[in-house]
Design a protein. Structure first.
Ligand code: HXC
Length: 258
């Protein structure tokens, strides 16, 4: 598949998608979001892939939605064409783990795209912001909803109302980022983590993702009930038998993703 705005690479069971519009700091335009969605769904459907990384350049994960392509749009146009709903929802259809590896700017839609991933790992130069307010708009790809869930209402309000940038250390303290690495090591480290995840039993990693994401959509008792049923379902997999047998026999497990 040849793409114009992203690069894709497969190494063993890990797929890496690199946002690639360097001239505009990976500003997210329609074509990029179409291509990203297509690549994500392709890797999700590929039985040989166990984990997907989404990353950008050292300077920018993504500096937001493409302002040049939004500047002249009207209410009638964005409403009629359901702006961003058409191709920003693909990430939510992916059932395998997706890691955002963020170096440099993750601003506006870039921050929102990172938050759509299952976890965010950052380089020490990463900067996160929801600067939309300075453009006369509010975040439109989940920033007002995912950010408070990730960091707290106080910090989400602070960030969305001021548009200020939050560095990697603050983002980790606030809970937005799970780990920080030196910028030069980010991709190597995240690829190693992705490989570890991809070597886990696939059905179980998918169930973990589904269960954790359910925590954001339901009450505690319904979430616990859902988790319990998926936990029971694990006992129907060959990989539960293999994982536990391997432990008892003191040998490495050989998972078959079945
Ligand atoms: C279009 C962008 C862009 C963007 C940068 N560029 N961000 N183009 N959309 N979001 C372009 C610049 O115009 C410039 O092009 C080139 O990238 C390099 O950017 P510079 O500004 O020259 O770089 P620098 O001085 O290093 O500043 C970096 C920056 C700044 C701090 C990241 O570019 C910036 O503030 N960008 C906008 C960030 C932002 O407001 N994002 C939110 C967008 S709204 P030229 O041609 O001049 O070289 C949004 C809404 C989401 O995301 C809603 C749902 C999708």
């Amino acid at each position: 598949m040849s793409y114009q705005t992203i690069l894709t690479e497969v190494d063993g069971k890990v797929a890496t998608i690199t946002l690639n519009r360097p001239d505009v700091l990976n500003a997210l335009n329609d074509q990029l979001m179409d291509e990203l969605g297509e690549a994500l769904l392709k890797f999700d459907a590929d039985d040989n892939i166990g984990c997907i990384i989404v990353t950008g350049s050292e300077k920018a994960f993504a500096a937001g939605a493409d302002i040049a392509s939004m500047a002249k749009r009207s209410l009638q146009d964005v409403y009629r064409h359901n702006f961003i709903s058409r191709n920003w929802g693909h990430m939510q259809k992916v059932r395998k783990p997706v890691i955002a590896a963020v170096s440099g700017y993750a601003l506006g839609g870039g921050c929102e795209l990172a938050m759509m991933c299952d976890t965010i790992m950052a380089a020490d130069n990463a900067k996160f912001a929801q600067p939309e307010i300075k453009l006369g708009i509010i975040p439109g790809a989940g920033g007002t909803q995912r950010l408070p869930r990730a960091v707290s209402k106080a910090k989400a309000m602070d960030l969305a109302l001021t548009g200020r940038m939050m560095d990697a250390a603050e983002a980790e303290r606030a809970g937005l980022v799970s780990r920080i690495f030196p910028k030069a090591d980010l991709l190597k480290e995240v690829k190693a983590i992705a490989k570890d995840i991809a070597d886990m039993p696939l059905l179980t990693t998918m169930m973990v993702k589904e269960a954790v994401n359910t925590a954001y959509e339901t009450t505690l008792s319904q979430g616990i009930h859902f988790e319990r049923r998926l936990f029971h379902a694990c006992f129907g997999t060959n990989d539960q038998k293999e994982g536990m047998a391997a432990f008892m026999e003191k040998r490495p497990a050989k998972f078959t993703n079945s």
